[in-house]
Design a protein around this ligand. Structure first.
Ligand SMILES: NC(=O)c1ccc[n+]([C@@H]2O[C@H](COP(=O)([O-])OP(=O)(O)OC[C@H]3O[C@@H](n4cnc5c(N)ncnc54)[C@H](O)[C@@H]3O)[C@@H](O)[C@H]2O)c1
Length: 316
C-alpha cells in the first residue's frame, strides 16, 4: 500500500481525490492550510493530516519526511479571481510553493509527483482543438505561474530524475466547487436547481465551453501516476472531457428537475472570456497511457444531482 500526500487535499479536487484513493485502499495524508472540510466527513477517520503552508519550505519538507510519503499529488494553487489580485502572493504560493514540493521530492526521493496545470496556460488565438505542441501564451497570472511550474517540473526531471508528471485540465464540473471562476455557471445551474432556487445563466444558450467531470479529473491523476514510465513520451499531457452549449446543460438539468428555473441573461464580458476557450486535444494521453473519460454531459449531470440530493445541506 502506498502513502500519498495531497497538497490542497481539503479543496475541491483534493477532497474527491482523497476519496478515490481511500476507496482504492491507499493511505492518504492531507497537506492544507485549512483544518477541515465538510466534504471529507465520510472518510475523515481514514485520512491523516499534516497541516501546513506551502509557502513554508520547512513545513513542506517536514510533512513529506515525517509521513514517509511515496507519492505526492500537488494540487494547491491560487486560481482566478484570487490569483489576479496580488501577483507577488500568487508567485509565492503557485511557483515558490511548487519549488518547495519539487525539492522535497528530490531530496527525500519521493517516487512520483503529479501536478495539475490548466487550459489557462494557452492564451488567445490557439486552434479550436489544442494539443501539446501549441505554444503557451497565458493571459493571466494564474496561467503564467502554471507554465512556470510545468517547466520547473521538466527541469527537475531532466537534472535530478524527479518523476514529475502533469496534466492540463479544462474547467472542472463538480458539486463541491465553490469558486467564482468564469465557468461557475456550469455548476451553479445544476446546484441551484437541485436546491430549488432559480438561477440566471450569464452566457448565451449557444455559448460553448469545454468541461471535465470531477470524477474523471481525479481518475486521470491516479491513472497517470500508475502509468508505466516506458509509456510516457512527455511530462505534461492535455486532458479533455466534453464540450457543451449552455442551453444543452439547462435542458439536461430540466430532464431530472422539470421545475428547474433556469433563464439566460448574457453578460458581454463573460461572453468575451468564455467564447474563446479551445478544447484540449487529449489524443496523446489516450494513446500513450490509456486515458479514457467515463462521464459525458448526461452522466455528469446525473451524478452531480445525486450527490447534492444525498446531502443538500452540505451544498448550501
Ligand atoms: N477547479 C478547476 O476547474 C480547475 C481546472 C484546472 C486546473 N485546476 C487545478 O487543480 C488544482 C486544485 O484546484 P481546486 O479547484 O481543487 O482548488 P481549491 O481552491 O478548491 O483547493 C485548493 C486548496 O489549497 C489550499 N491552500 C491554499 N493555499 C495554501 C497554502 N499556502 N498552503 C497549503 N494549502 C493551501 C486551500 O485551503 C484549498 O483547500 C489547482 O492547482 C488548480 O490550478 C483546477
Amino acid at each position: 500500500m502506498s502513502r500519498n500526500l495531497i497538497t490542497g487535499g481539503l479543496g475541491f479536487l483534493g477532497s474527491y481525490l482523497a476519496q478515490q484513493l481511500v476507496e482504492k485502499g491507499e493511505e492518504v495524508v492531507v497537506f492544507d492550510l485549512a483544518t477541515d472540510s465538510k466534504f471529507i466527513e465520510g472518510i475523515k477517520d481514514k485520512l491523516e493530516f499534516a497541516r501546513g503552508d506551502l509557502t513554508n519550505e520547512a513545513q513542506v519538507l517536514a510533512a513529506v519526511r515525517d509521513n514517509d510519503i511515496d507519492h505526492i499529488y500537488h494540487l494547491t494553487a491560487l486560481m482566478p479571481p484570487a490569483s489576479e489580485q496580488d501577483l507577488s502572493v500568487t508567485f509565492k504560493v503557485n511557483v515558490q510553493g511548487t519549488i518547495h514540493v519539487l525539492e522535497a521530492v528530490r531530496s527525500l526521493k519521493v517516487v512520483s509527483l503529479i501536478f495539475v496545470s490548466t487550459l489557462a496556460t494557452y492564451g488567445l488565438g490557439v486552434p479550436p482543438l489544442t494539443n501539446e505542441d501549441v505554444p503557451q501564451q497565458p493571459r493571466n497570472m494564474y496561467g503564467t505561474t502554471k507554465v512556470c511550474c510545468e517547466r520547473l517540473g521538466e527541469q527537475y526531471h531532466r537534472k535530478y530524475g524527479v518523476n514529475f508528471r502533469g496534466v492540463r485540465f479544462p474547467p472542472i464540473l463538480g458539486a463541491r466547487r465553490k469558486d467564482s471562476a468564469h465557468s461557475a455557471f456550469s455548476y451553479l445551474a445544476i446546484k441551484e436547481s437541485v436546491l430549488g432556487r432559480p438561477y440566471t445563466i450569464y452566457v448565451e444558450k449557444e455559448t460553448r465551453m469545454p468541461l471535465l467531470y470531477i470524477k474523471d479529473a481525479v481518475g486521470s491523476l491516479i491513472s497517470l501516476k500508475e502509468a508505466g514510465e516506458e509509456r510516457l513520451k512527455r511530462r505534461i499531457y492535455n486532458i479533455s472531457g466534453f464540450s457543451l452549449q449552455a442551453g444543452e446543460l439547462a435542458q439536461e438539468v430540466q430532464k431530472h428537475i422539470p421545475q428547474a428555473q433556469l433563464d439566460f441573461k448574457p453578460d458581454p464580458t463573460m461572453l468575451d472570456m468564455i467564447g474563446n476557450w479551445p478544447t484540449l486535444d487529449d489524443a496523446r494521453a489516450r494513446d500513450e497511457w490509456g486515458w479514457q473519460p467515463e462521464y459525458e454531459l448526461p452522466e455528469s449531470v446525473e451524478d452531480f444531482i445525486a450527490e447534492v440530493r444525498a446531502n443538500p445541506s452540505a451544498y448550501e
